[in-house]
Write a protein that binds this ligand. Structure first.
Ligand SMILES: Cc1cc2nc3c(=O)[nH]c(=O)nc-3n(C[C@H](O)[C@H](O)[C@H](O)COP(=O)(O)OP(=O)(O)OC[C@H]3O[C@@H](n4cnc5c(N)ncnc54)[C@H](O)[C@@H]3O)c2cc1C
Ligand SMILES: *[C@@H]1O[C@H](CO)[C@@H](O)[C@H](O)[C@H]1NC(C)=O
Ligand SMILES: *[C@@H]1O[C@H](CO)[C@@H](O)[C@H](O)[C@H]1NC(C)=O
Ligand SMILES: *[C@@H]1O[C@H](CO)[C@@H](O)[C@H](O)[C@H]1NC(C)=O
Ligand SMILES: *[C@@H]1O[C@H](CO)[C@@H](O)[C@H](O)[C@H]1NC(C)=O
Ligand SMILES: *[C@@H]1O[C@H](CO)[C@@H](O)[C@H](O)[C@H]1NC(C)=O
Ligand SMILES: *[C@@H]1O[C@H](CO)[C@@H](O)[C@H](O)[C@H]1NC(C)=O
Ligand SMILES: *[C@@H]1O[C@H](CO)[C@@H](O)[C@H](O)[C@H]1NC(C)=O
Length: 650
């Protein structure tokens, strides 16, 4: 079973052998793809890859070659079982798992884009037949680089959720198993590929996974025993100088393909003299995970959330159909796709987003660390900074900072303070009171303030003093993240502020780190969508993590889960869901108690209704996704809720 050589080679080998044998029995199936003559109702034409679709006519065309029952059974629309409580998705080894010949028929229908998974680190192990020491060393070296995982059909960036079943190793005799890597991935290059894969998965009761970059902190782009669609190669971007959809917006926009990253969006916008809203991390995928999760951004103080900019989506839904979701076409789906979470309502193939005018003014400030101060002074300095979150967010600004305790010393870095639509003068006026107070405490800082006419160069000025812009280090198994969104009242109301500060100070005094932002997206465009109500009142977004020891045992993983929950207790008490607190679903702790209210706020009941309407069979599963409380992944005591197990209906 594990004797294949390389992922692409193996698949084509199987297909050509089986396909050749088949030739005599019936005409070979052609790929189930039609180039349609119609066009989108989104107000922007389909990309070329969106014109290549699977239609009922295709299935009829294939059936006239004498294979109707078979093809319809494999990839027919809107059929497939509805699982009862206790029933599971089919798993490799089950009698209901598709036969070799079904996989091969399916591969034919996909014109060779089906890839049998070979784990990305397989060359480190002997048991996959691809052992190669140099390659293994290169893989180990690349493991912290997000782009390495993006370029692989099934690799993801946080191996805990994969089950750590095939990490780079020095021990070639160790065992490498698939773990939560999907069994097969489709290298998507058109909409028909997605429809064909989705129909096959649904009809055969397979678990279905969507992977773009593999960034997800919660493991949503993993799935044991699954068929995956890999969106990475859908790289089209188009500038629309005068977009007019069915909705109220008219103006400049960008149509962005599902494989495009945040950096590619920024650069495309910049080429056309505008800016678009994305996050800090340049390698994050835009149309799928980022927008679906809400998307916070350095420009939130001017325009709100990333998802608020979405004007139309093209999407393959659970029944296998390809639809447009916009204000005037399937408005409920449109509403949910903006903030309701990735891999929940459909497979997005592109999104149209509004852009803003290019000529914005930005100020970057970098503060060097202040680690030579006494504890008292350090804490007083942090407290003072937090006191400015209300005026700073009222002024539309944003900061990204870290507070760490290491080697017996606290340090604080802000990298950067981002002040869109400010001049250096207005920025100095805004921040002078804080700097004066710091000075009075004996904290002297030398802000390096730079003015930029446009967004991209401001973004390109380093976000971090130690790493190049937007670079993140991934691939680790040493931390379990969690975060809290704190409403304005926590900073505006003196008693609440004291309680908030107490929670923060206690956390820091225990030697724990905080990565944080001041930002207030509010609802600056006055839109109505699925973005969590929590985001609309937030002024602070604080992130922390529990440490996981190297090569942690299951007991140690369980302990880390306990630690993070204990650690978050005081933050939750300071900003409970009942008072508008919550957590950002895209950077969250999978163990978050009451995640429905914390991640989705007041939107949850409506999001769940829309989920039931568009995906009644639960084809799209994502841990902590809307409706996921009806499912479980049976992980047989792996210490944490990984994706390495059977997916079953509760
Ligand atoms: C270092 C780092 C920095 C980050 N910075 C920010 C930030 O500044 N602002 C911010 O808002 N977020 C940020 N994030 C969070 C980021 O937005 C999420 O991790 C997001 O889900 C990543 O999406 P992806 O497509 O890149 O990843 P994936 O892991 O490939 O996908 C994430 C989820 O979206 C689903 N999905 C992917 N593509 C599609 C599609 N086409 N259709 C439907 N579902 C799809 C997947 O199934 C999965 O559920 C950051 C994450 C990291 C790791
Ligand atoms: C995936 O398909 C693209 C074409 O869309 C091709 O360029 C690429 O080589 C393929 N990748 C793999 C791993 O098969
Ligand atoms: C702590 O000290 C060690 C040893 O001197 C050093 O390698 C490490 O970088 C220091 N950590 C920080 C965060 O300064
Ligand atoms: C930018 O600032 C100017 C002057 O204060 C103001 O008139 C304008 O509305 C601001 N732009 C945005 C997008 O907030
Ligand atoms: C300030 O920032 C600019 C832009 O990043 C950089 O060129 C310059 O060297 C910095 N100056 C100092 C004193 O750090
Ligand atoms: C950003 O950081 C990198 C690496 O530290 C450095 O080479 C580069 O010059 C910096 N760029 C700017 C604009 O400061
Ligand atoms: C908040 O804490 C400060 C400093 O400890 C104290 O002076 C103030 O009275 C407190 N305010 C409230 C409303 O509890
Ligand atoms: C400063 O605080 C840290 C963390 O709480 C503690 O370990 C250290 O002993 C304190 N230093 C002093 C001088 O009190």
């Amino acid at each position: 079973m594990h004797s294949h050589i390389a992922r692409v080679a193996v698949v084509s080998l199987i297909l050509s052998v089986v396909g050749a044998r088949r030739l005599d029995l019936r005409k070979p199936t052609r790929a189930a793809i039609t180039r349609v003559n119609t066009d989108s109702v989104a107000g922007a034409p389909w990309f070329e890859y969106e014109k290549l679709q699977l239609t009922s006519d295709d299935l009829d065309g294939l059936s006239t070659r004498g294979s109707k029952p078979k093809v319809a059974g494999l990839i027919g629309f809107d059929v497939g079982p509805e699982l009862q409580p206790g029933e599971c998705r089919t798993f490799p080894g089950d009698s209901s798992w598709p036969s070799e010949s079904e996989w091969s028929d399916f591969g034919d229908l996909l014109s060779g884009s089906l890839i049998q998974t070979v784990p990305v680190a397989a060359p480190c192990y002997k048991d996959w037949g691809v052992y190669n020491k140099e390659q293994c060393d290169a893989i180990r070296g690349s493991f912290p680089n997000p782009y390495f995982h993006e370029a692989d059909p099934t690799s993801t960036m946080w191996p805990i959720w994969q089950g750590r079943s095939c990490l780079p190793t020095d021990d070639p005799d160790a065992l490498c198993t698939l773990g939560a890597y999907p069994v097969y991935a489709v290298n998507v290059s058109n909409v028909a590929h997605i429809q064909t894969a989705l129909n096959f998965a649904r009809n055969k009761n397979l678990r279905f996974v969507i992977k773009n970059t593999g960034h997800c902190y919660l493991g949503k782009s993993n799935g044991a025993g699954a068929l995956s669609v890999w969106m990475h190669n859908l790289k089209d971007i188009e500038f629309l100088p005068d977009y007019q959809g069915g909705g109220s917006y008219r103006g400049k926009a960008l149509k962005v393909g599902a494989g495009v990253t945040v950096r590619e969006v920024y650069e495309a916008a910049h080429r056309h003299g505008v800016s678009a809203l994305g996050g800090i991390c340049e390698s994050v995928g835009y149309a799928g995970g980022y927008i679906a999760g809400g998307g916070h951004t350095p420009l939130s103080g001017l325009y709100g959330m990333g998802a608020d900019q979405a004007l139309a989506f093209e999407v393959v839904t659970a029944d296998g159909r390809f639809v447009t979701a916009s204000e005037s076409s399937n408005p409920d789906l449109y509403w949910a796709l903006q903030g309701g979470g990735g891999s929940t309502y459909g497979v997005v193939t592109s999104v149209v987003v509004r852009t803003s005018q290019g000529a914005q003014c930005h100020v970057d400030v970098q503060f060097r660390d202040v680690s030579t101060l006494s504890n008292e002074t350090f804490f007083a300095g942090i407290r003072v900074y937090l006191e400015y979150f209300v005026p700073f967010t009222d002024a539309g600004t944003y900061s990204y900072f870290s507070i760490i305790f290491a080697n017996g010393t606290f340090s604080f870095q802000m990298q950067p303070f981002f002040a869109p639509n400010h001049t250096i003068d207005s920025f100095n006026r805004l921040t002078k009171p804080l700097f004066d107070q710091w000075e009075a405490l004996g904290i002297s800082i030398t802000p390096n303030t730079t003015f930029y006419e446009e967004f991209l160069p401001a973004y390109n000025d380093n976000w971090s003093m130690s790493t190049p812009v937007g670079e993140s280090i991934v691939g680790g198994t040493n931390t379990l993240p969690s975060n809290r969104l704190f409403p304005r009242a926590n900073f505006a109301d003196p008693a609440k502020f004291n309680a908030t500060w107490a929670a923060v100070a206690q956390h820091l005094a225990a030697g724990r780190r905080i990565i944080g932002y001041h930002q207030a997206p509010q609802n600056r465009l006055g839109v109505d969508n699925g973005v969590s109500s929590v985001w609309r009142t937030v002024v602070a977004f604080l992130i922390t993590g529990a440490d996981i020891p190297p090569d942690a045992t299951q007991a140690q993983l369980r302990q880390a889960g306990q630690d993070i929950n204990d650690m978050m207790g005081p933050w939750r008490d300071a900003a409970p869901a009942s008072e508008g607190g919550g957590a950002y679903l895209n950077e969250a702790n999978v163990l978050e108690p009451g995640w429905q209210a914390s991640f989705y706020g007041e939107r949850y009941p409506e999001l769940l209704k829309i989920k039931q309407r568009w995906d009644p069979k639960g084809i799209f599963y994502a841990t902590t996704g809307v409706g996921s409380e009806s499912w479980e992944v049976r992980t047989q005591g792996q210490g944490l809720p990984t994706q390495n197990g059977r997916l079953c209906r509760l």
